[in-house]
Write a protein of this length. Sequence first.
Length: 235
Amino acid sequence: MKDQTPIYNITPFTLLDYPDKVACIIRLAGCNMRCVYCYNPEIVLGKGTINFEKVLEFLKLRKGILDGVVLSGGECTMHSKIIWLMKEIKAMGFLIKLDTNGSRPLMIEHLVNLKLPDYIALDFKALPDKFEAITGSDLFENFEHTLSFLIASGQKFEVRTTVHSDLIKENDLERMMRYLSLMKYKGTYYIQQFVNGVPTVGNVGHSISTFNMQDIVSELENAAHSRYHIDLVFR
Ligand code: SF4
């Protein structure tokens, strides 16, 4: 049964994926999107290889060593045992960061109401005119419900966008900042560049690093601060 082994792999140690925390990453297989630039086709299209018991055994040995656990994927909120897993992880004293594409607003709402995630990273793939072409899904409205709920909830979270130069241009980013501002998002907006040279779900071509050009970065940062009151961070 899929849910008996939903875990694709574990990264035992990371200093980069949970802000200011020492963490591990647990990746759950499967996703309801097919982002063309996705670096993890084997996780999105593949099956889990590790069962829950093994994961809990691993975590028991990391008590006092790790601060937190990043639950990622794929889209980890798709799994029916995610609530159970998060409760187990919390009971062991770990903080939880949840990575999500925002496509399951009711599940996110449920998890937040149960106070299970300590931090959420929400992917903002694109605005509606490009959403389907980039994600292979029609889930923008779901994303919007999740964003809207998280803004109203007081939950600690960040919004992040991956930029491939063929897919998201500077004017798209400005429109996305305007959208976040209209939604009354007040947190940090992370822009991460697509990393070339890795297999992707959609076999996308080479991305040009336009954000190495200082004038483009400065213009976007100025717009973020002066027009949209958003803290824009390139990483
Ligand atoms: S990048 Fe897209 S396809 Fe890949 S795991 Fe995230 S949401 Fe799924």
